[in-house]
Design a protein around this ligand. Structure first.
Ligand code: FPP
Length: 252
């Protein structure tokens, strides 16, 4: 499989909007911070710092294009296996990001939400998340959904266990359905992603949104996340707009 260099033609925001086919929900695996740092002789923490810096213009651009939901993979359930100093750096960056950007995101009409097992994060991070969510809860232009201590398998298991708890008193033949399942996932109430973007060339899903990505279009770019800018986002959306989505059916 090749990444999509053929979509390198620059397209502008207006063209993407006028196509009338803007993805409602974009999910991003922000990969390559470490490689970006290594190439520049910097620490991995510095790579993540640049990764956070890259995120803000992407959030703003998604809102400007009319995307309803942007979900970004900020910290996975597997990332705990990284060295403690890298974990600490990521948590500190999360808190700093929420503290410094919430007001501006609010002014842009962005509502901050999270998916993942938030109770497993350090207290300080949990408090910063609660503050940011409360401050932006009334915003309706776009949802910025931060996947934190998130794993697709963990989410599915938590959802099923909660469903079992809620249905314990019911008769034996109550079965879990797909809509019920979706309503127990962390993404309850959000549309499934239309487009999954992964930076830095890896062709994997990495335990991200396993249920929700069922029919997402996948776009992989070689660009490392700290270098991913609005022009790269435009390329990804443009590529998406060329795809024919059949959802298991036949082409019209
Ligand atoms: C993968 O790069 C990236 C991560 C594990 C974390 C992504 C996090 C950010 C962009 C910043 C945190 C976000 C917020 C909202 C504060 P990698 O380190 O695996 O890169 P590599 O594969 O090149 O080593």
């Amino acid at each position: 499989m090749e990444t999509e260099a053929r979509h390198d033609a620059l397209v502008n925001r207006q063209e993407l909007i006028e196509s009338g086919n803007v993805p409602r929900h974009i999910a991003i695996i922000m990969d390559g911070n470490g490689r970006w740092a290594r190439q520049k002789g910097l620490t991995r923490a510095e790579g993540h710092r640049q990764g956070v810096k890259a995120l803000k213009p992407i959030v703003k651009e998604c809102a400007a294009i009319g995307v309803d939901v942007l979900t970004v993979y900020a910290f996975s359930t597997e990332n705990w296996s990284r060295p403690q100093n890298e974990i600490d750096a990521l948590m500190a960056l999360l808190v700093e990001f929420l503290r410094s950007e919430t007001e501006e995101l609010k002014a842009e009409g962005v509502c901050i939400r999270t998916i993942g097992n938030i109770s497993g994060l350090p207290e300080l991070a949990q408090r910063a998340i609660q503050t940011a969510m409360a401050a932006t809860a009334q915003q309706t232009r776009m949802v910025l959904n931060l996947a934190l201590n998130y794993g697709g398998r963990d989410e599915i298991v938590r959802a099923i266990n909660r469903w079992i708890q809620d249905n314990r008193s019911l008769t034996d033949n109550v079965l879990l359905t797909a809509p019920a399942m979706a309503s127990y996932l962390d993404t309850a109430g959000l549309p499934d992603p239309d487009l999954l973007i992964r930076s830095s060339g890896e062709m994997r899903i990495s335990n991200f949104l396993l249920w929700q990505l069922a029919y997402a279009e996948i776009y992989v770019t070689e660009t490392l996340w700290p270098d991913f800018d609005p022009a790269e986002l435009h390329k990804a959306i443009h590529a998406y707009q060329q795809r024919v989505r059949r959802f298991g059916g036949l082409r019209e």
